[in-house]
Design a protein around this ligand. Sequence first.
Ligand code: M6R
Length: 608
Amino acid sequence: MCGIIGYIGAKEASQILIDGLEKLEYRGYDSAGVAILNEGKIEVRKFKGRLSVLEENIKEKPVKGSMGIGHTRWATHGEPSDVNSHPHKSNDNKIAVVHNGIIENYMEIKEELQKLGYSFISETDTEVISHLLDHYYNGDILDTVKKVINKIDGAYALGIIHADNPDMLIAVKKDSPLIVGIGEDENFIASDIPAVLKYTRKVYILESGEMAIVKKDSISLMKTDGTPITKDIYDVTWDIEAAEKGGYEHFMLKEIYEQPKAIKDTLLPRVSNNGEVKLDSINLSKEYIKGTKRIYIVACGTAYHAGLLGKDMIEKYAKIPVIVDVASEFRYSEPFIDQNTLVIVVSQSGETADTLAALRLSKEKGARVLAITNVVGSSISRESDDVLYTWAGPEIAVASTKAYTTQIVALALVALEMAKKKNSITDEEINMIIKSLKKLPSRLEEVLSNVESIKDTAERIYSSQSIFYIGRGIDYDVSREGSLKLKEISYIHSEAIAAGELKHGTLALIEEGTPVIALVTQDKLYDKMLSNIKEVKARGAYVVAIAKEGNIEIEKSADRVIFIPKTIDEVSSVLSIVPLQLLSYYVAYKRGCDIDKPKNLAKSVTVE
Ligand code: M6R
């Protein structure tokens, strides 16, 4: 994880670096630092804690200079502390480095360097890079960087400055994301576009094995062996406001409320007025789909939960067996993959390390890979055979919300496309499903306007020690996401249980007053769920049901009911998750949690 930024130009670098780091804080936020070069000397300021600690320090005691690098950290090697914060310097203070990623062979390099007399002050893997740069430096910084790259293994986005080369920043990329922002008489490097958007909309997206020598008025792009390359400039079309809070107290709340628009943007360009799906961007021919024997959906966290719903829809409509796996398990398993296997990887960020590794493994084994991702130009989008973008806009809060609902919509479109090509569904059925999909944004608006009963429920349950979620089928899939959302931002222990499994163990945990959130949105499973609600009620549970409008019967069995508008079962997940997102938000709010930046987590998980 971690976010890196660099600036070279004529302005004071410190404020620009801090502005950029603020936009990258979603990547990590346990410490932050900058290194600024001025009159041949590098000054480093770095502190444990939020960016505001660094910002205060610089306000009190400004640091001058018009080029520098900055970092916001999510600790991997060494606890969050001033010393372990980046940038890391060489012993002679001439080199400073910021790094996102992990240097896997750092221990052996560290031992070699220590034998040569280098002293290490931090526990980080990154510090080996600044000492290696010093060790190999022969007056030619480019040549030195090349030697260092040959020595290190792992994943890295690096920003490097050297006091003897005051006219350049060096950016190097392998696996971890890195872009170069193109300004006028100033240029930037950063882990992500929002960090430079205040200054430019033109960026280069670096690929693994590439680097850039970034000067005030020029940018030279090359492979890490020094071979020059050219690249298209990527013009950013979305606005800076999209990555700001826009009047909401938290990004999470703003992103929950953006879901109607995000779904429209993801759906409408891909369905015609006469109800046909048009997935022009993906190239899955009739022959290919007919020959597809098995599909894997591989992802992590919330994206994995969306994958579970993808399985339900693909199996139901396209009649192709689907296995859903978490990427960290999949990558070390023996998946049944051959040329007739399609692997669908789902990732908001497009940078999740385990999902990327799963993608690469699938390709090695001969599968075709379709990515569903939200980030144009991300590693996953570039390495997949086909990409279907969710047009959710930037998702900043660590807790994923609009990415999840747009991923479900994207998976529904894939399922329909396959079903159509396999003739496993009638035109009438497709039409009916598309109609229901198109109605989701207005139905979502209804759910979002019913916030008072959700706030009341939060008030009732926020001081609980444990909260359980139960459901069957699609409702169980959604329960899992609801439970994850609650635990990650409120720190309340939570589990989602397939309702029929309760009596096989978890029922033992239900006590007087234990909140149980029961999802009851499918007619065919209604009676079964009612029995499960009775089971937990008999043990004293406080039951909050999520049910479809009109189902007044349920009010007799549950302590509280939150209604969602009626829709077909297959897409009800997009509606039923929203009260659960809001419930998590208000519970966390009542508990005074740092909602957008929950402890120990980061938005973009680029380490294994
Ligand atoms: O960027 P990705 O979709 O690949 O991220 C996957 C998970 O890290 C992510 O969904 C995580 O579980 C969220 N914090 C959950 O809200």
